[in-house]
Design a protein around this ligand. Structure first.
Ligand SMILES: NC(=O)c1ccc[n+]([C@@H]2O[C@H](COP(=O)([O-])OP(=O)(O)OC[C@H]3O[C@@H](n4cnc5c(N)ncnc54)[C@H](O)[C@@H]3O)[C@@H](O)[C@H]2O)c1
Length: 337
């Protein structure tokens, strides 16, 4: 109760693309105060801290500050595991962007380290799509039994345009960086992990991605122990915008989430009917989900309840990504332990 009345002081680590969005959500949440921002690029840290009334600090200074109760990690993926461990050691609640790490062994070591830290505060992974109101409505309808047993989940996730090759290099590749959201959504909707993963993929969009050893087009199939199936189709290009659709077939019907258009205008003419394109990219399409994810994290910290997306969820999604990478290499279904 005492905790609920407190203002949660937050330190943000990483002031890039997603860090900037989180900073504004933290500043807009009435129960929080963005106390400090850290980024090795002084200009990025200063501009963001200035815009949000926060101080510029180093990550070490944030961790040492006893008044700061939570950190949000939005730095590059290869810094996540170390910062999560340092955060829990310093007694902070941790919200960390996906994925937990580039390597499953490191992510598992991080999970163990957190479990062994006495009095560790909660760690939540930023799988924001679970908090998208449209996806959440599908999950709620499914959980309420509206289509009975779900048998076949189909996920479409196409980016509007490929990222620069330098991003591909540091991101861990399509499965760890992009498909990982879909792996988490599949496990969350079915409430179970797959038993095996098959994958096929190609480089069809940008040869520079192929030159980095990655693919930009993929189809992944997850199979659960009881036979339920999820298919995931990914592309780094969709000329008409960010294509994000879900479809869940069950014994009693179908639940589907369509794309969210930029506006609701529909023009009918002699040539046909035309509507607006889907919202451009993740910052637009999922903007509410990031704010809701942060609110749920703050609820958990202040009310001392479990976070809705755990560090283990983050490790599970990374395990599927690694299995998909093996399946792509071998051409065979890869079993998950
Ligand atoms: N949930 C989502 O939808 C989503 C979307 C985009 C990115 N992400 C994740 O967020 C992370 C950051 O991605 P981004 O697109 O914002 O990258 P970015 O390159 O735009 O920003 C990263 C920032 O971190 C800073 N930085 C580098 N090393 C640091 C360190 N040791 N400590 C503090 N700051 C450091 C960089 O200077 C940069 O400003 C990645 O792990 C990515 O996978 C998640």
């Amino acid at each position: 109760m005492e905790r609920e009345r407190m203002t949660l002081q937050v330190g943000l680590i990483g002031a890039g693309r997603i860090g900037r969005l989180h900073a504004h959500n933290i500043a807009a949440e009435p129960r929080c105060r963005l106390a400090a921002v850290a980024d090795p690029l002084p200009e990025a840290a200063e501009r963001l801290a200035g815009a949000c009334g926060a101080a510029v600090r180093t990550p070490a200074e944030i961790l040492d500050d006893e008044a700061i109760g939570a950190i949000l990690i939005a730095s590059p993926t290869d810094t996540h595991a170390e910062l999560i461990e340092a955060g829990v050691r310093a007694g902070k609640a941790v919200f960390c962007e996906k994925p937990v790490d580039l390597a499953l062994t490191r992510a598992r070591a991080c999970l163990r380290a957190v479990a062994e830290t006495e009095g560790a505060q909660p760690v939540m992974i930023g799988f924001n799509r679970r908090f998208d109101p449209h996806f959440a409505a599908l999950k709620a309808a499914f959980d309420a039994g509206e289509i009975g047993r779900g048998t076949l989940l189909s996920i479409v996730s196409f980016d509007p345009a490929p990222p620069p090759p330098a991003y591909v290099r540091s991101s861990g590749g399509l499965f760890r960086d992009m498909s990982i959201h879909d792996f988490d959504i599949a496990c969350w909707i079915f409430g179970a992990l797959p038993e095996s993963v098959s994958a096929t993929g190609s480089c069809l969009v940008d040869p520079a991605i192929g030159a980095e050893g990655d693919i930009d087009t993929a189809v992944i199939t997850l199979r659960l122990a009881d036979g339920r199936i999820a298919t995931i189709r990914n592309s780094r290009r969709a000329s008409y915008g960010y294509d994000q659709r879900l479809e869940l077939l069950g014994e009693g019907g179908l639940l589907a989430v369509e794309n969210v258009p930029e506006n609701m205008l529909r023009k009918a003419g002699t040539q046909g009917v035309v509507g607006a394109r889907p919202e451009h990219f993740f910052l637009e399409r999922y903007h509410r989900s990031y704010a809701i994810a942060w609110e749920r994290f703050v609820d958990s910290v202040l009310q001392d309840t479990p976070v809705p997306v755990s560090l283990a969820d983050g490790v599970n999604a990374l395990a599927i990504a690694e299995a998909a990478a093996c399946a792509l290499e071998t051409g065979r279904a890869e079993a998950l332990p």
